[in-house]
Design a protein around this ligand. Sequence first.
Ligand SMILES: NC(=O)c1ccc[n+]([C@@H]2O[C@H](COP(=O)([O-])OP(=O)(O)OC[C@H]3O[C@@H](n4cnc5c(N)ncnc54)[C@H](O)[C@@H]3O)[C@@H](O)[C@H]2O)c1
Length: 258
Amino acid sequence: MSIQDIFGLSGKVALITGAGSGLGRAMAEAVAEAGATPVCFDRDAQGLAETETQLSARGLSCVVIAGDVTNETDVDAAVATIDQRFGRLDILFNNAGIGDPVPGLLHEHDTENWKKIIDINMNGVFYFARAALRIMVRQGSGKIVNTASMWGLAGSSSVFPMAGYSATKGAVVNFTRELALQYADKNIQVNAICPGFFVTKLGPYDESEFVRLTTDFTPMKRLAQPSEIKGTALYLASSASSFVTGACLVIDGGCMAK
Ligand SMILES: NC(=O)c1ccc[n+]([C@@H]2O[C@H](COP(=O)([O-])OP(=O)(O)OC[C@H]3O[C@@H](n4cnc5c(N)ncnc54)[C@H](O)[C@@H]3O)[C@@H](O)[C@H]2O)c1
């Protein structure tokens, strides 16, 4: 196999949640450039339109579906639409997520905010993985790439306190390992990406104190741009990672090496 064949995604269909912004948009771009059809899912219709415009400016196209990852009906309808239109689903980037709505110490944590982050960062990941796996098991192949976080591997309080975020991202890491084992003999690979600090709408990257704190914590002494996730995304979505499953790739400028 040539290196183009190993990394190429021609004829593949990739579903990306949270593709209306940041890392999800970069993932959509990566798979489109490699020849796949990206199906971009997000609750932000304006963000989806911007993703579509950005891709089309570069001669790439995508399908957009507006919906909420916490709504099982939206999730199942999106996957059914893909099945009807393409008859296959090769890649799922389970990427939509939020940070703690109000970061702080746990004894002051609000129950509603706890439930909200669990609903998006965990339940949404479960709904989409289940729906995608129904097709992947039927077709006898597939790739699932869950976006966790470096805060799924360590407590976030070394920079700022986010109990809900750390708990949900740790859950995504171990959910990834469990699914990898469940589907290892079914030609379906399940891996996770654990990003460090990427400049997106997830955090207040327009606040100088936040930028100073996060940059200082990062051994490479800079923050990442969303485009820096593209190589990892393509690696885990393509046959380049054909013998990789249950892995959590840390892309963090050295934070977790400390
Ligand atoms: N940016 C970082 O520094 C960083 C670090 C580690 C992990 N992550 C993870 O990367 C993923 C992508 O985040 P990002 O940095 O691109 O942030 P972002 O805020 O720029 O993008 C997240 C996207 O998810 C969408 N979304 C949120 N809730 C949704 C819902 N209920 N239904 C449908 N769509 C929803 C948003 O509309 C948005 O378009 C998240 O899971 C996040 O936790 C980001």
